[in-house]
Write a protein that binds this ligand. Structure first.
Ligand code: ATP
Length: 358
């Protein structure tokens, strides 16, 4: 086993003759996926996730750059010789084969004897929760069960890398969550390296060790889910992650001022003067309704409670600070002691302030 190295990979697509399809350029992209890692490519539709996955799989030829597995250059190696498995949105099972024959297919291609490959297929079907279904045919299974077979079939071949392109997006939300949990457990148990493509933030955050955020054919930022949530490096990444409370303003002599001047705080860090977005994570905003004072270096501003929302165990106060409507997570006690229309002070630790260049 070894890491996958993507070096300076580039791919261009010309516009379609009718002009309906614009030209597209991917890369250059550099990325290393470590052995045993669950890595997701996350980004909006059309940003190039599938193209990058296909380059890794060998299904698309790169214009420049190379792909290595350990020291082994795979750039010119045929897809079937890469020893990778791929799972798509549709399970793509063979309709005339039973479930266990489907699951054993990869091993048949590897010329493994019938007894051994069926044994291995049954073991993997048991892992994916399909014991008892071995002799059925694909059309006798639900969509979710068929995708479990696709997973078993991919894993039976003991791939060096498992490539997954939006594998759960055709399933309904409950089933999606179930499949997500199953995949997480199996990946952990087998230690298989996964490269997973999705545009679903929650899916990427729940499953991944690291995530690469893509936009416009580029890899914008790579990090753990916590890194990305707490330290987005650009407003594009922050907006794509759906981060709340992004306030535009300017920094002058270490002081940030929102554009209407309502929020004016010391940045607590060396920043060149200029335009910035300040991101307040909702759980870092502390309302001072009981006269509680922050015990660490912090800044404060004033706002008016505009709404209190209860959502299955958590409370959110919407606080209007000038033109900005900020979401603030509050405790039950705080929520019960707040009133709509009340002016409150909000404290934030300086270390929780996240500035991003505009
Ligand atoms: P989605 O989430 O919608 O699947 P994506 O991020 O996976 O999107 P890609 O499928 O990689 O995006 O496509 C990126 C761009 O490249 C799109 O504009 C697409 O139309 C274009 N494209 C992809 N494959 C080809 C091709 N074979 N020929 C021409 N253009 C292509």
């Amino acid at each position: 086993m070894a890491s996958l190295h993507i070096n300076q990979i580039e791919k261009k697509f010309a516009p379609s003759k009718t002009g309906q399809q614009a030209p597209f350029a991917l890369g250059p992209i550099d990325l290393t996926i470590r052995e045993g890692e669950f890595f997701s490519l996350l980004g909006p539709s059309g940003c190039g996730k599938t193209t990058l996955l296909k380059l890794v799989a060998g299904l698309t030829e790169a214009d420049a750059g190379n792909i290595l597995f350990g020291d082994n250059d795979l750039t010119k190696v045929a897809p079937e010789a890469r020893r990778f498995s791929m799972i798509f949105q549709q399970p793509l099972l063979f309709p005339h084969m039973t479930i266990e024959e489907n699951a054993a297919f990869g091993l048949k291609m590897q010329k493994i004897g019938k007894k051994e490959r069926l044994l291995e297929a049954r073991r993997m079907l048991a892992m994916t929760g399909l014991s008892g279904f071995e002799h059925r045919y694909p059309d006798e299974l639900s969509g979710g069960q068929q995708q479990r077979v696709a997973l078993a079939r991919a894993l039976v071949a003991k791939p060096r890398l498992l490539l997954m392109d939006e594998p759960f997006s055709a399933l309904d939300p409950g089933l999606r969550e179930e499949m997500r949990e199953l995949l997480g457990t199996i990946q952990h148990e087998l230690g298989v390296t996964v490269l997973f493509v999705t545009h679903d933030r929650q899916e990427a955050f729940e499953l991944s060790d690291r995530i690469g955020i893509m936009g416009g054919g580029r890899l914008l930022q790579v990090g753990t889910p916590v890194d990305l949530y707490e330290r987005p490096e650009s407003t594009t990444v922050a907006s794509f992650l759906g981060l709340k409370n992004i306030v535009e303003g300017t920094v002058h002599s270490r002081n940030f001022e929102s554009h209407d001047g309502q929020i004016s705080i010391n940045t607590g860090q060396e920043l060149a003067d200029g335009r910035y977005c300040l991101i307040f994570r909702p759980e870092t905003l502390m309302p001072a309704t009981f006269g509680n004072q922050a015990t660490v270096p912090s800044v404060q501003f004033t706002g008016k409670v505009s709404k209190l929302k209860f959502n299955q165990g958590t409370y959110v106060a919407l606080v209007q600070a000038g033109d900005e409507m900020l979401e603030c997570m509050v405790t039950r006690d705080q929520a019960e002691n707040m009133e709509v229309g009340q002016l409150i002070k909000i404290f934030v630790k300086q270390s929780d302030l996240q500035f991003v260049e505009y």
